[in-house]
Design a protein. Structure first.
Length: 277
């Protein structure tokens, strides 16, 4: 076998393995989406969005759980996204070689790998026990603690990908450091930073364990952030374990709504941030 034939065989093998692993990953993704569609889409109607979760054997919907999930996720995002972006900015621009930045990165990686149920227990002890009751606010704080380390890591990586020559050119023109970051670095890394925020939302939108210890659940419609609130992850957990067929259908509908809402959000943001030709 010549050197050319050997290199061609290696290239063919590598390409085949890349295609095989891609097909393997897509197979499970398509199977997951098909399962959600086949079990969930057939039970979606206006009742799902207009009525609250029902008692066994009665008609009902998921309006309270949908609104509750939006509230808790919004609280987590409003707290977690800015803190994560600003902390990532510090690590990328001001603390590249400092000991404090290295310590922050270490603890951020620890928090990134921490089980969500541990975070839920921590917030339960610090906030729920202090307040004396479960609340949507506690749930949002727990979700923000899950979102922050992910946004910190992604923001830092995206900002570090911006060429240092852009920073040096701006500094040569006498532009202040803060303006270089906001006007140049953020613009160059915008798509990556927003993608990180979306990944964070996707991560916290389906979290169940932290909400068990913080927001708990509510069988009625409520928008009170200082009280227990209904949410889709807990509803799916409870309904899926129940012996009632109608609750099983609503659990599939809830799973379908969470998955395809995140999917639609990803597609929408990519379309908005797509560079114009």
């Amino acid at each position: 076998m010549t050197l050319f034939q050997k290199r061609k065989a290696i290239n063919t093998f590598n390409m085949a393995m890349c295609v095989a692993t891609t097909v393997f990953g897509l197979f499970w993704l398509v199977w997951l989406l098909w399962t959600l569609i086949s079990h969930g889409i057939g039970y979606i109607d206006w009742q799902v969005f207009t009525e609250i979760t029902p008692a066994p054997g009665n008609d009902g919907g998921l309006s309270n759980a949908i609104v509750g999930s939006l509230i808790v996720t919004a609280i987590g995002t409003l707290i977690g996204a800015p803190i994560g972006i600003f902390a990532g900015t510090y690590l990328a621009e001001y603390g590249r070689n400092s000991r404090l930045a290295a310590l922050v990165r270490f603890f951020n990686d620890v928090l990134l790998s921490a089980p969500s149920i541990i975070i839920g227990l921590f917030v339960y002890e610090v906030i729920v026990v202090t307040m004396g009751h479960f609340s949507a606010l506690a749930g949002g704080i727990a979700l923000s603690l899950i979102m922050i380390p992910l946004n910190v890591r992604i923001t830092e990586n995206m900002m570090r990908l911006v060429s240092d020559q852009m920073r040096e050119a701006a500094a040569a023109l006498g532009i202040p450091r803060w303006k270089v970051i906001t006007r140049i670095i953020y613009r160059a890394a915008l798509s990556g930073i927003i993608t990180g925020v979306i990944l964070g939302i996707a991560r916290i939108a389906g979290e169940t364990a932290p909400l068990l210890f913080t927001a708990l659940n509510n069988n009625f419609f409520s928008t009170d952030v200082l009280g227990p609130i209904a949410n889709l992850p807990i509803m799916i957990f409870q309904f899926a374990l129940s012996p009632y067929e109608d609750w099983h259908h609503l659990a599939w509908v809830g799973a379908f709504l969470i998955t395809f809402t995140i999917l639609a959000l990803n597609v929408l943001v990519r379309l908005v941030l797509r560079p114009s030709k």
